[in-house]
Design a protein around this ligand. Structure first.
Ligand SMILES: [Fe+2]
Ligand SMILES: [Fe+2]
Length: 377
């Protein structure tokens, strides 16, 4: 909530932010001039003739590209410290102690971190290249790479878009996917319980900030556990965002892009949801960080809503309670999906330290995406 105050309402000179945040080639082709003269039908015909994207389709993909750039930025930070540094994902030299603590959860964590990072990089590169191929503006957040890196062994010292050192995690997805009675789309006021309540109440590092964070043992394990819960928390967001945006795509090809990338986020989520179960099961759980009291409970006997190994989506009401329950991604409500994603990332603390201009650009990109309407240009 604290970051919400940093997000201004739609700025009156929004165009200047868009211009500054978008590639020069694309900015000139943005739609405002196109429809301002009232010749909408002419514009539609022209776009169909040239294969150009509708304004709404471009905005949907541009917002997705910005989200993927953000994902790439923090996944790179994880990969530098605890992934595999190679030609596919360059940078960093690894932090042996932090890597070992993540590998306590699964010995292949470094491979999964590397591959998730690689996936996000390919997502934003593809989306931006596709936008450019259609003469539309792509997303570029480079000028906001200003946040500090971890000073721990293994991290590169470069400017970052995202902050992994003060996270507040909403782990209610845990019970949202295990619950059979409620769907956030049908029950927007229902509060799904948190898996790790402490993570939703304070600000916690998910990477070692300096080498001083590498001990005591329970402290660096708690940092690794925080990362292991951050991974599925983020990826379930993408898991909902893509189907939510896809419902407002106009072109079948844009629809195809959104429904082809989206399920890879689901594959990430499913993998991480499984790994995260080890943070709340014996022998690791319960675990308390002696430096700040952050506790990871043992959920193995906490009831069906929390049972660690129930990682498949429990069937729940979908569209109407008159219809039979269905195992589905939730939420997938399309209205306000992009703005909701920005709030989700901001509330997480991922952007603590970012500039007002950054929030304004992100908000503008989200508003444009949420203004996209199926069936109109
Ligand atoms: Fe992605
Ligand atoms: Fe992702």
């Amino acid at each position: 909530m604290r970051e919400q105050s940093n997000i201004p309402k739609r700025s009156s000179n929004r165009r200047s932010f868009l211009k500054n945040g978008l590639t020069a080639a694309g900015a000139a082709t943005m739609a405002p001039g196109l429809l301002a003269n009232g010749s909408t039908l002419f514009a539609q015909a022209q776009e169909q003739a040239t294969g150009a994207l509708s304004k709404g389709d471009a905005a949907l993909l541009r917002f997705a590209a910005a989200a993927e750039i953000i994902e790439s930025d923090f996944w790179r930070q994880y990969n530098e410290l605890a992934g595999i540094q190679d030609n596919e994902v360059q940078g960093g030299s690894g932090n042996p102690i932090y890597t070992e603590k993540l590998k306590t959860l699964d010995e292949d964590m470094d491979v999964y971190i590397h591959d998730n990072t690689d996936d996000e990089i390919t997502h934003f590169r593809f989306l931006n290249a596709y936008l450019a191929s259609k003469g539309a503006a792509s997303a570029n957040l480079d000028k906001f790479r200003t946040l500090p890196s971890s000073k721990a062994t293994g991290a590169r010292q470069i400017g970052r878009l995202t902050n992994l050192m003060q996270l507040t995690l909403d782990t209610s997805w845990w019970t949202r996917y295990r619950g059979f009675a409620n769907n956030p789309d049908l029950d927007p006021n229902f509060r799904f319980p948190q898996a790790v309540p402490d993570l939703s109440k304070g600000q916690f590092p998910a990477i070692p900030r300096t080498d001083a964070d590498l001990s005591p043992d329970a402290h660096i394990q708690a940092i690794a556990n925080t990362a292991a819960l951050h991974f599925p928390t983020i990826e379930q967001g993408g898991n909902s965002l893509y189907p939510a945006l896809a419902q407002r795509a106009n072109s079948v090809e844009v629809l195809r892009i959104l429904i082809s990338i989206g399920p890879t986020e689901t594959m990430h989520f499913q993998t991480w949801a499984d790994k995260a179960t080890h943070t709340v099961s014996p022998p690791l759980a319960p675990l308390t960080d002696p430096t700040n009291g952050l506790t990871f409970p043992d959920l193995s006997n906490a009831g069906k809503l929390f049972t660690p190994n129930l990682i498949m989506p429990e069937p729940c009401p979908f569209l109407s309670r008159r219809l039979p329950k269905c195992s589905i991604i939730r939420p997938t409500e399309t209205k306000g999906a992009a703005i909701g994603a920005v709030k989700f990332l901001t509330d997480m603390g991922l952007f603590i330290g970012q500039s007002k201009a950054f929030f304004e650009l992100l908000q503008a990109l989200a508003q444009d995406a949420d203004a996209a309407t199926r069936g109109t240009i």
